[in-house]
Design a protein around this ligand. Structure first.
Ligand code: ASP
Ligand code: MG
Length: 437
């Protein structure tokens, strides 16, 4: 059995739902995870935003517009009046649920209940569509099996047992359908796996079912070897190992949720990134691939701040780095890149909300300098240190670009270089020419 996850744009219109349904039907007896239709989660967030601000009419108007959108989809999607009536009833229940919440007390629990409606509606529409086509799809409610523990981590045992039981109750299903993103928390309340969390749902389900593979369907043909917004002629990367994929996901290759990699990796289940608009294209497969010594891709992470702490007393001293890192820990700010010398250390952060306080504290230990508007340019691949040449190529590609810092050796999978925002595009282009040209 495979897990097939379709993102918001893949189910974003009646036409797309039909195309995807056809594809799902042909692919056999699998379990299908759907996101909300594109734009829906953002609209639901907007509604909760109005409610936090106490603007009830704002929330109502936004909900009315959403309801209109869904009635448009319903008239376009189904042929029969019965299907239209059933779908209208299901969507109506969800919209009505939000409408009732708009009138009542509003806090975080209600916010999460509202945010859950997107996936509940997309799966209801798809399930009805299958029913109209005579396909026996069984809707497995994610709220009945997907659960996080008191640390906010997926409760794999619970999920495995409950999901297994639900599937056993429906042995004659042609296929199974469920919601991405939504879950219950340790208290049993409706919750979610954070924005973009449907990939994570797919990976968790793949892991507990020990699936043959996890397919993530979007509207791009796999993970590209550079950012197509800035570099011409980028190509999909054929295969990656899990570490390389995690580095790329973290450093801005937006196609896969970074969390998604872990359950698949731990259970050794291949993840395939595929394109709904071009279903024959091979896409990218992420698996425990043997080392091949190649550079796979380049990615960039924006809005980075570099902080340098220099201290004459660092020379031959111990405990200096500890104090520096502890400062960041005290301010709950995570560090991305590090470079050290005998007399100083530079670290980078992407969350600068506590910057002033951090700098203030660091001044106890040394002279502090801050560089803002920086970008981490990251080269990812099988960069094991015995393989010669990849570092020199990467650095040579940036020969006429000022590099603020370089980091390699933290893992075998990446070289990170920090440049100013103004040099980002040029750096990405030069790296593609040198590494893949
Ligand atoms: N619908 C949710 C979001 O937009 C989850 C997802 O699509 O992965 O963030
Ligand atoms: Mg997504």
């Amino acid at each position: 059995m495979k897990v097939l996850k379709f993102g918001g744009t893949s189910v974003g219109t009646a036409d797309r739902i039909r195309t995807v349904a056809e594809h799902i039907r042909k692919s056999g007896r699998n379990i299908v995870v759907l996101s909300a239709m594109s734009g829906t989660t953002n609209t639901l967030v907007e509604i909760t935003d109005y409610l936090y601000k106490g603007n009830i009419p704002g929330a109502q108007e936004t909900l009315n517009a959403l309801e209109m959108k869904y009635s448009g989809v319903i008239s376009a999607l189904y042929d029969t009046e019965e299907a239209k009536a059933r779908a209208s009833m299901l969507i109506g229940e969800n919209i009505g649920y939000v409408r009732a919440l708009i009138q009542g007390e509003f806090a975080m629990a209600e916010e999460r209940e509202i945010l859950a409606r997107g996936e509940l509606m997309s799966t209801a529409l798809m399930n009805e569509y299958f029913r109209e086509c005579g396909v026996k799809s069984v809707l497995l409610p994610a709220l009945d099996f997907m659960r996080t523990d008191s640390n906010g981590e997926p409760d794999m045992k619970y999920i495995a047992t409950r999901l297994g039981r639900l599937m056993d109750l429906n042995p004659d299903a042609d296929l199974y359908l469920t919601q991405g993103y939504i879950c219950r928390n340790a208290f049993g309340d409706i919750d979610n796996l954070k924005r973009g969390g449907s990939d994570y749902t797919a990976s968790i389900i793949g892991a507990v079912l020990n699936a043959e593979e996890i397919q993530i369907w979007t509207d791009i043909d796999g993970m590209h070897n550079n950012d197509p917004r800035y570099v011409e002629g980028t190509r999909p990367v054929g295969s990656l190992n899990f570490e390389e994929a995690a580095e790329l996901a973290y450093f801005g290759a937006k196609i896969l949720h970074p969390n998604c990699v872990l359950p698949a990796k731990l259970n050794n289940i291949p993840v395939r990134l595929l394109n709904t608009l071009q279903p024959e294209a091979p896409g990218t497969v992420i698996y425990n691939m043997p080392p091949d010594g190649s550079v796979k891709a380049v990615a960039a992470k924006d809005n980075i701040t570099a902080i340098k702490v220099k201290s004459g007393r660092m020379l031959l001293a111990y405990g200096f780095l500890h104090k520096v890192f502890e400062t960041f820990e005290n301010h709950r700010t995570s560090i991305d890149m590090i470079a050290t010398s005998e007399v100083g250390v530079t670290v980078t952060i992407d969350d600068d909300s506590r910057l002033a306080a951090i700098v203030d504290d660091l001044k106890h230990f040394g002279t502090v300098t801050v560089d803002r508007d920086m970008v981490i340019i990251c080269v990812v691949g099988d960069l094991e240190w015995h393989n010669c040449g990849f570092e020199s190529k990467a650095v040579a590609a940036l020969a006429d670009i000022p590099i603020r810092m370089i980091s390699y050796g933290g893992s075998n999978y990446n070289i990170s270089m920090l440049v100013h925002r103004d040099n980002k595009v040029q750096a990405l282009q030069r790296l593609s020419e040198k590494l893949f040209g």
